[in-house]
Design a protein around this ligand. Structure first.
Ligand SMILES: *Cc1c(COP(=O)(O)O)cnc(C)c1O
Length: 392
């Protein structure tokens, strides 16, 4: 391999021998095409006409008044499908097409990545299988139905705990046996090399746009970028635009605290220890024996026991800082943005907003903060209703 996908001590590809040819084929195809004029032009066409890019950078005035500084929202909630996920699935599906693969597979936990994959499967006319834990299928029945409407087959994964971790294992296993005609669309900046690099590349459109929009609207760089971190793709997507601008602070916010429901938490970088899961070395939530711990957060999209290797390196080098937001504060943020701006944020994105709300009184009134609004909150209304029933 041209480079082993190392980010300091993190990343790499710790996979069974049988998977290595598939990953090498993917790596070679990615480097062949990602800067190729024809590929870039075609992808940009789909970004514009199918996904609805560029997304706005929006100064949230009434929300800003509440916190005492300028908060701009990068509106990934307006991407077709309601989240940033499609940026990546469009890129990988197009790559699959260029590689001559006729079938795609993906794993999904909360169902958002599964749905974004089912959408591109329909768009490109590719047979699509989505691996999903049996528990998640139960919890996310609306997304399961949407995937089926798009023509995807949802494969129920019974093993382990019936959640995302097990779905990834089964998808990887299926891929080893079917690499000839099948492309595995991975959902975040995790997993074995080259996925962390591939996914970051396709999400970097967020940061590229945001930087240009900043120049047009503010006339200078922002002071801070804030994004929620599950596997890390929306955060890296926007960070990438500003990574060389050392004065721009980069903040990642994980799900943390006691957890409204079970007391387990999902703050992988903040609370994890170094280990290996799904082919990559990263911070991991594990017990003293190295057993991977299950996570639980009010937002299903941040429930992952590992985190992208590049984030681990950014944390260690100090270039980015990572914090956690607690469920109660996340619900407050969901309510405040809805009330002040008429924008329902995804509970995942509400973690970034919750951290921003805590900066009240700590930043000067002319500070400019960009929050990556990774998704819309329509999917979360019933969860919010459970914890915060409306009184009237
Ligand atoms: C999946 C998802 C996330 C978490 O994934 P990352 O790879 O960390 O971006 C965050 N927000 C939304 C809306 C999601 O659907």
């Amino acid at each position: 391999m041209r480079q082993k996908g190392r980010f300091g001590q993190y990343g790499g590809f710790y996979v069974p021998e049988v998977l290595i040819p598939a990953l090498e084929e993917l790596e070679a195809a990615f480097y062949d095409h990602y800067q190729d004029e024809k590929f870039v032009k075609e992808l940009n066409w789909f970004y514009k006409h199918y996904a609805g890019r560029p997304t706005p950078l929006y100064l949230a005035k009434r929300f800003s008044e509440q916190v005492g500084f300028n908060v701009y929202l990068k509106r990934e909630d307006l991407v077709h499908g309601g989240a940033h996920k499609l940026n990546n699935t469009l890129g990988q599906a197009l790559l699959a097409k260029y590689m001559g693969k006729s079938k795609i597979i993906a794993e999904t936990g909360a169902g958002q990545h599964g749905l974004a994959t089912a959408m591109v499967g329909a768009l490109f006319g590719m047979e699509t299988k989505i691996f999903m834990g049996v528990i998640d299928i139960e919890r996310q029945s609306v997304n399961v139905h949407k995937m089926k409407l798009c023509g995807a087959k949802v494969i129920s994964v019974e093993g382990g705990t019936g959640t995302l971790k097990d779905a990834i294992n089964d998808a990887l296993r299926y891929w080893t046996a079917n690499v000839t005609d099948t492309f595995y669309i991975f959902g975040s900046t995790c997993g074995p090399h080259p996925y962390p690099t591939v996914v970051k590349h396709f999400q970097s459109v967020i940061g590229t746009e945001a930087k240009q929009q900043c120049a047009e609207q503010i006339g200078k760089l922002p002071d801070m970028i804030v994004a929620c971190v599950g596997g890390g793709s929306n955060a890296l997507g926007i960070f990438t635009g500003f990574i060389d601008d050392k004065n721009v602070k980069l903040i990642g916010v994980e799900a943390g605290g006691e957890g409204v429901s079970t007391g387990k938490h999902a703050a992988t970088i903040v609370a994890g220890k170094v280990g290996i899961l799904h082919g990559a070395k990263s911070y991991l939530l594990q017990d003293e024996n190295g057993q991977v711990l299950e996570t639980e957060s009010v937002s299903a999209g941040l429930d992952y026991s590992a985190v992208g290797p590049e984030h681990c390196q950014l944390k260690d080098s100090g270039r980015a800082q990572y914090y956690e937001a607690e469920d109660e504060d996340v619900l407050d943020a969901f309510e405040l943005l809805s009330k002040k701006e008429g924008i329902l944020p995804a509970l995942e994105s509400s973690h970034a907003l919750a951290w921003v709300m805590k900066q009240k009184g700590k930043l000067s009134s002319d500070a400019n903060v960009i929050v990556n609004l990774s998704g819309r909150g329509d999917k979360d209304v019933s969860i919010v209703e459970k914890y915060r029933p409306l009184m009237q």
